[in-house]
Each structure stands twice: as C-alpha cells, then as structure tokens.
Write a protein that binds this ligand. Structure first.
Ligand SMILES: Cc1cc2nc3c(=O)[nH]c(=O)nc-3n(C[C@H](O)[C@H](O)[C@H](O)COP(=O)(O)O)c2cc1C
Length: 378
C-alpha cells in the first residue's frame, strides 16, 4: 500500500480507479491548457520568508468565509459531474467537508440533486448557479436551493459559453455517455468504479432531469444543456438573482480588476478570483498572478476569495498572504474522491491542513488571521 502524502499521490490513485473519460474531464483545461498549467506553476514562484525563534505553540487555522466559521479557510469548489468520479460523489464530498468544518459547494451540473445532498447532510452547504435561458427553471432552482437551506449562492460568471476541451472531444465525453467500443473498454477496465455505480440511483444530472421542461429522461438532456447556457447574461441579471435569492451571494469567475470593481457595486458578499480552473479562456493569466492587484483594487468593499491551481497547504498560505480571505479547491478533492471516495476527500483536506499548519509555523506565525504580504520574499 502506497502512502498518500500529497495531492499528486491522490491524483495518481484516481487515474488508476476512475474511467479515463471522467478522469480526463477533471484533469483538463481549455485549448492548449496553458492557463491550467500556469495556475499551478505560478504558485511555485512565490517564495516564503523563513522566520526563527518565534513561539509556535497554540496555532490556529480557524477563520471565517462570508461570516461562516470554517476550521480552515478552504472550501470545496463546485464541480460538475462529480458523481461520475465516484458513485454518489457529491453526497460523499459534502459529508467529508461537513465533518471537516469547511464549506461544500454543489454545482448546478451535479449528479446528486440539491435535495439528495440536503437529505444526506445536517449542516447548510453552498449552491452554485448557472443561469439558463429557461428562466422558469432558474427561478425554480433558486427556490429549491432555498428550500434545501443552502447558506450561500455562488453565481458563476465565466461560463456563458463553453470553451473547447480537446480531451473531452477525443474521449467522446458527452451527457449522456455514448457507448462506443472505446468507452465500453474504459468502463470495463475499472470494475470497482462500475460496481459502485451500479449500486446507486444517482447517474444523471439530478438538478435538471425531471425539473426542466422537455427533460424527462436522459436522451433529451445533451441537447438541452448545449442550448441552455445563457450567452446574454449581464451585470443587470445579478440584481434579480440577488433579490430572488435573498441570502449571501458570491460572484465566481472574476479575473480582471475592472470587473472586480463592478462586482463591488452589486451588493454581493464576496468574489472568487477564478479562471474556472483554466477550463474557459485559455491564455488568461493564472488566478494567483492577478489576485493581489484585484484585492488591492477592491480594498475592503467586498470579501475576496480565489481558486485555481491550489495543490498544497503552502499554496493556500500564499493566496491568503496576497489578499484572499479564503480559497477553494476543485481537482484536489476530485482526485481524493476518485482515489478513495469520502475517505479520499477527507485525506485531501488533511494533507492540505497539515501542510498549511506547518508552513504557517515555519513562517513564524500562529494565527491564520494574521498573515500578509510581509511573509513573502519580494
Ligand atoms: C471537473 C470540473 C468541473 C467543474 N465544474 C464547474 C461547475 O459546474 N461550476 C463552476 O462554477 N465551476 C466548475 N469548475 C471550476 C471549479 O469550480 C474551480 O473554479 C476550479 O476547479 C479551481 O481550480 P482547481 O481545480 O485547480 O482547484 C469545474 C472544475 C473542474 C475541474
């Protein structure tokens, strides 16, 4: 048995356990994947200041994100089709996050529905909204998130149209999956995954099927999603969404300081500096490289979160030093899930927590709330 010491260890285990088309779906970016690669690589360029002879006892990673207490400021990012990395993936990840004391964000494009995740958890989770042309469906989705007692709505701004991801096309990834000799082989070579998948009723987009007009079954779903993302979405839409929702609102997918300043005028509670994990505009800068200028541009007008490329607790600390109040992990928890279900998600969080705690100490700090740019070599 190999030890899982890093997120990279979990990634390799997931590669062996998850059918190729779904593993690749997680491990991919748009076009040349240059932004996906930069998200990870740019963290390594940020050097930490080593401090010595500082009392390191009584350290604390506890913090808040949008006023909610978190055991460390690391949330699980919304990821579509998570229930295809592992059977009941969203439920297992939500439970792991809840037990760990960090927020879980459910995607609109999840496999397990809002209601199924609410039933399997006891604390509120966050819900990520994609705005579809079918406004009745969107109104209903917001109301369902309220009924499920979600404590924040995360509105994604950077996916009005879907960028091309070559791996998905080459693998024939589609919703619903097409059964070709290659895809049948990919599934058959992962029997453990197939057995668990056979044992669950959650195998299609749970928030959509049965709730959207004309999507009563799998066969009509693919065309519905392709047609439904609304390319007309504008800043004006944020207003009615905020009003209908009536709770905490987080705007996800800001990568430019001018957009960040616009966001401060919407009355939202937080922004997420994000390029969708390098899955949308290839050629855009990494999230970490623009974080500082965005945080400086908005000041204390809005809480700043970030995601993209975090693969260690050290990366979390670097982002916090540059102005993020909290961060999100996407692939790190998906790799944990694919590697080992709920225990794998917990493992991913434990790896990050341990690295964050040790790094904080070696930088001479004891409280995660007291980190800043002065901890970096510049
Ligand atoms: C497989 C996958 C699916 C995703 N699906 C969604 C989604 O449904 N909604 C959304 O707002 N972001 C989605 N994202 C983007 C993540 O929320 C997040 O921005 C990104 O994963 C952060 O980068 P990281 O994976 O390097 O941590 C997805 C990302 C991945 C990897």
């Amino acid at each position: 048995m190999s030890l899982d010491l890093t997120i990279a260890d979990l990634k390799e285990k997931a590669r062996r356990r998850v059918p190729k088309m779904f593993f690749d779906y997680a491990d991919s970016g748009a076009l040349t994947e240059s932004t996906y690669a930069a998200n990870e690589a740019d963290f390594g360029k940020i050097k930490l200041r080593q401090r010595v002879l500082v009392d390191m006892t009584g350290r604390s990673l506890a913090s808040t994100m949008i006023g909610e207490k978190v055991s460390m400021p690391v949330a699980l990012a919304p990821t579509g089709s998570t229930g295809m990395q592992h059977a009941d993936g969203e439920i297992l990840a939500a439970q792991a996050a809840q037990e760990f004391g960090v927020p879980f964000t459910l995607s609109t494009m999840s496999i397990c529905s809002l209601e199924a995740v609410a039933e399997a958890t006891t604390k509120p989770f966050w819900f990520q909204l994609y705005v579809m042309r079918d406004r009745d469906f969107v109104y209903n989705l917001i109301d369902r998130a309220k009924a499920a007692k979600c404590s924040a709505l995360v509105l994604t701004l950077d996916l009005q149209i879907l960028a091309q991801r070559h791996k998905d096309l080459r693998n024939g990834l589609s919703a619903p999956p097409k059964f070709t000799p290659s895809s049948i082989w990919q599934l058959a070579s992962r029997p453990g995954w197939c057995m668990k998948m056979a044992g669950t009723k959650h195998r299609t987009f749970g928030n959509i099927v049965g709730h959207a007009k004309g999507v009563g079954d799998l066969s009509s779903l693919a065309s519905w999603t392709n047609e439904q993302f609304d390319p007309k979405l504008s800043w004006n839409d944020v207003e009615w969404i905020k009003e209908r929702w009536g709770g905490k609102l987080i705007l996800k997918g800001i990568l430019d300081k001018d957009d960040a300043v616009m966001a401060t005028k919407t009355g939202a509670d937080a922004i997420i500096v994000s390029n969708h994990g390098g899955r949308q505009l290839d050629g855009a800068p990494s999230s970490i490289s623009v974080l500082e200028e965005i945080a400086d541009a908005v000041g204390d007008k809005i809480e700043v979160h970030m995601d993209g490329g975090i693969r260690s607790g050290q990366d979390v600390l670097r982002a916090l030093c540059l102005g993020a109040k909290g961060v999100y992990i996407g692939r790190p928890f998906l790799y944990g899930l694919g590697a080992n279900g709920k225990a794998g998600v917990t493992k991913a969080l434990e790896i990050i927590r341990k690295e964050l705690d040790t790094t904080l100490a070696l930088c001479g700090r004891r409280d995660i709330g007291e980190v800043g740019k002065d901890m970096l070599h510049r």
